[in-house]
Ligand binder design. Structure first.
Ligand code: ADE
Length: 225
């Protein structure tokens, strides 16, 4: 899989793609992640990529030309299954969407900024608009990182234990059961006895019951799905 991220703040994504599971997945060749500085594609001699909005509204708007040039350069090289625009107006990102995107071949993520992008880009080039939640970020980079992270960890081989991506919270619309590690007794705070029983059936039942109870208490909306 290949993910191309188009941004005016490439530095913001540097650490993200070079650390932890995402970096390991790249090294293993499971995913190629390429960050593009939108300013490299502008025809403006001052490297500007935004301008004032028509109609006298407040804020600045990202212009068509550099975005179109960048996307055209990418699509001339290979087919893209999705051209995603990160925006609070978009469809709400969730685990089923991450699962679906993890099965794609190549995707582009265009990070929104300023007041937005010229609407013609959204009409003519973008295939999907995604929001990571009902709040407004200063730019789409954190959204692009969240979407990329959620996709990459689903790629086969990305995380050590093949089971663990499937047992994540939300994969079955349930929150995860609590987890514990050594020591068994920390300042009198005890690990539940069942986890030390060695009885796999009892442990599995406990895990299911905990997942259900926590979901009912903390996220009853998930049980309605
Ligand atoms: N850009 C600004 N806010 C955003 C959000 N909530 N989701 C995705 N992109 C955004």
């Amino acid at each position: 899989m290949r993910i191309d991220i188009i941004t005016v703040l490439p530095e913001m994504l540097d650490n993200f793609i070079n650390l932890s599971i995402v970096a390991r997945a790249r090294k293993k060749g499971l995913v190629e992640i390429v960050v593009h500085d939108l300013r490299d594609y502008t025809e403006d001699k001052h490297r500007r990529v935004d301008d004032y909005p028509y109609g006298g509204f407040a804020g600045m708007v990202m212009q068509c030309q550099p975005i179109d040039a960048c996307i055209s350069a990418l699509t001339a090289e290979r087919h893209y299954d999705e051209i995603i625009f990160t925006s609070p107006d978009g469809q709400k990102f969730d685990q089923p969407m991450a699962n679906e995107l993890s099965l794609k071949g190549n995707i582009i993520i265009l990070c929104g900024h300023y007041k937005g992008v010229d609407y013609r880009i959204r009409e003519h080039l973008v295939t999907r608009e995604i929001s990571i939640g009902d709040y407004v970020l200063t730019g789409g980079e954190l959204a692009a990182a969240a979407i990329t992270d959620a996709i990459v960890r689903l790629l086969p081989g990305a995380i050590g234990d093949a089971e663990s991506a499937l047992s994540d919270s939300f994969q079955d619309h349930l929150l995860s059961a609590p987890v514990y590690t050594r020591p068994r007794d920390y300042k009198g705070w005890l690990v539940p006895d069942v986890l030390l029983s060695g009885n796999d059936r009892l442990i599995a039942e406990w895990e299911q019951q905990q997942a259900f109870e926590r979901t009912q208490r903390l996220r009853p909306d998930l049980l309605e799905k």
